[in-house]
Design a protein around this ligand. Structure first.
Ligand code: ADP
Ligand code: MG
Length: 240
């Protein structure tokens, strides 16, 4: 589903991603952990080509997004992204936030999109909020809407960038539960997170990144119980 080879990304002279290699199989849940500034967000953004890629190849669901000939918009339709700060449109209702992209991109008719919005809001436990506006929702509710909105395009892959980091602690569980259910349904997911409990329980693989490299990549048991690299150990000693 995802094949990243020797990915490089620099901002000016500053090389943020030095050489990233990662493969993700269909239905796999991969959690990316690592210190702040290690390049996790940049890496996720490269998978959607929200950042210009400076070297290497990234193949997403058969689309080589590093190739000039690739229709990047087509490739992006298959990839849903959820950010730390929700990025909902404040002037649109929850219904409109969810139906906008599939209708604009002619993936669904307005009727189909409405029906899908209702189903997705049920899935995230917010069916009663369909006519509400983002400002009237809590952070956790906004994030669940953001997940529903990403799912409205029926993506094959979901990318999450610290989806619970901006939430009050009591909101975190509901959002993680939605993500866990998505994982159970077989969604291919890459999740940047500081929620080590989630990573241990839900991830098939955990990737530890530092200074623009994947330092270690293994099952949750391997990474959390028996890390091989001293840098992984040092990081886990600080956060666990
Ligand atoms: P993480 O998500 O692991 O905290 P980021 O990918 O956000 O790390 O950032 C990695 C490094 O790249 C940081 O030093 C950050 O300051 C730098 N960086 C990120 N985005 C930009 C940008 N648009 N321009 C310049 N530097 C950036
Ligand atoms: Mg980040």
């Amino acid at each position: 589903m995802i094949e990243v080879k020797n990915l490089k990304k620099a901002f000016g002279k500053y090389v943020v991603l030095k050489s990233i290699n990662l493969d993700v199989e269909e239905g796999e849940v991969v959690c990316i952990i690592g210190p702040s500034g290690s390049g996790k967000s940049t890496f996720l953004r490269c998978m959607n080509r929200l950042e210009k890629i400076n070297g290497g190849t990234v193949v997403i669901n058969g689309y080589d997004i590093t190739a000039k000939s690739t229709d990047i918009n087509k490739a992006r339709e298959n990839v849903g992204m959820v950010f730390q700060h929700f990025n909902l449109f404040p002037h649109l209702s929850i219904r409109e936030n969810i139906t906008l992209a599939p209708v604009e991109l002619e993936k669904l008719t307005e009727e189909e999109a409405d029906k899908k919005a209702q189903e997705l809001l049920e899935l995230v436990g917010l069916e009663d909020k369909i006519e509400a506006y983002p400002d009237s929702l809590s952070g956790g509710q906004k994030q669940r809407v953001a997940i529903a909105r990403a799912l409205a395009m029926s993506p094959d892959i979901m990318l999450f960038d610290e989806p619970t980091s901006a939430l009050d602690p009591e909101m975190v569980g509901d959002v993680l539960e939605v993500m866990q259910n998505l994982a159970k349904e077989g969604m291919t997911m890459v999740v940047v997170t500081h929620e080590m409990g989630f990573a241990r329980e839900v991830a098939d693989r955990v990737v530890f990144m530092e200074e623009g490299y994947v330092v270690e990549d293994g099952t949750p048991e391997q990474i959390f119980d028996n890390p091989q690299e001293s840098r992984t150990k040092e990081f886990l000693d600080k956060v666990l």
